[in-house]
Write a protein that binds this ligand. Structure first.
Ligand SMILES: Nc1ncnc2c1ncn2[C@@H]1O[C@H](COP(=O)(O)OP(=O)(O)OP(=O)(O)O)[C@@H](O)[C@H]1O
Ligand SMILES: [Mg+2]
Length: 258
């Protein structure tokens, strides 16, 4: 199909008197990495909650592949091809890595009876095997998710979000609290998902260098509104964005083609 994968139009929600997200519109192109940046409290996570169906918009619309999905529940969004990870790690810590992936991959077998033994869930089993390989978890499959390092947990969370084979993945601060080495590893992982597997990724990220290096397109949020959008270079050069956000950061670019 041609045209945008995701279209967000005039999206907004109020929490009492606070307009947490107000009249936000943008598109996400297939296979592109789109970053949402902005100061704390700008409305980034709320925007993700609105898009992914975690909270109902007060106004505006969300369309995926031309299909109207405004106000749909998260499982309906997932069935339509949109998956998300959370700013706070959202794993079953007391279960092994394999079970975390299996429970998520079980979504592929929906309508065929949930929670069957792994041996009878061929679609889910094949997906779990793929993810274990792709994310390098072969040595860790029997370890409890709660015993993994912080970086490994964040990557497992991305794997869990990918289990249902989405076409759009929303990642809320995937490198939060990570070491420099883990951040670089996650950057490589995200770029690989978009460049090699054609997955569209929408991510909230505070690490400006990472955003500049990774993104095809950047959306800047400020006080619930979209302040600017464009290529990393255009956004970086925008005086109002610089005033609101960038300080002295320098542009370091690397995309699929280089
Ligand atoms: N459920 C809620 N009820 C009331 N206010 C909320 C709720 N969720 C978020 N807010 C408020 O909405 C505003 C936007 O919050 P949000 O979490 O979307 O910001 P953010 O850009 O993700 O910030 P951060 O960078 O710190 O994660 C904040 O003022 C926050 O306190
Ligand atoms: Mg947030």
């Amino acid at each position: 199909m041609s045209g945008p994968l995701l279209q967000v139009l005039g999206l907004g929600v109020r929490f009492g008197a606070l307009h947490a997200v107000q009249d936000v519109s943008f598109d996400v192109q297939p296979g592109a990495i789109t970053a949402v940046i902005g100061p704390n409290g700008a409305g980034k996570s709320t925007l993700f909650n609105l898009i992914s169906g975690a909270i109902r918009p007060g106004s505006g619309s969300v369309m995926l592949e031309g299909r109207e999905l405004t106000g749909a529940a998260p499982h309906q969004m997932l069935a339509a091809g949109l998956a998300r990870s959370f700013q706070i790690t959202n794993l079953f810590f007391e279960l092994p890595v394999r079970e975390n992936l299996r429970l998520a991959a079980q979504f592929l077998e929906r309508g065929q009876g949930l929670l069957r033994p792994l041996s009878r869930s061929h679609l889910a089993q094949a997906r779990v095997t793929e993810l274990i390989e792709h994310f390098g978890f072969a040595e860790k499959i029997d370890e409890l998710a709660g015993s993994l390092s912080h970086g490994e947990q964040r990557r497992l969370e991305i794997a869990v979000a990918l289990a249902a084979r989405p076409r759009l993945l929303l990642l809320d601060e995937p490198t939060q609290g990570m070491s420099h080495a883990d951040t670089r590893e996650t950057e490589r992982l995200i770029r690989g998902l978009a460049c090699q597997h054609g997955l569209a990724i929408l991510l909230v990220e505070h690490d400006v260098d990472l955003v500049m290096a990774l993104s095809d397109h950047v959306i800047v949020m400020h006080q619930g509104r979209k302040l600017a959008e464009g290529t990393p270079a255009a956004v970086r050069a925008n005086p109002s964005v610089q005033a609101a956000y960038f300080g002295d950061k320098h542009l370091v670019g690397e995309t699929c083609s280089n």
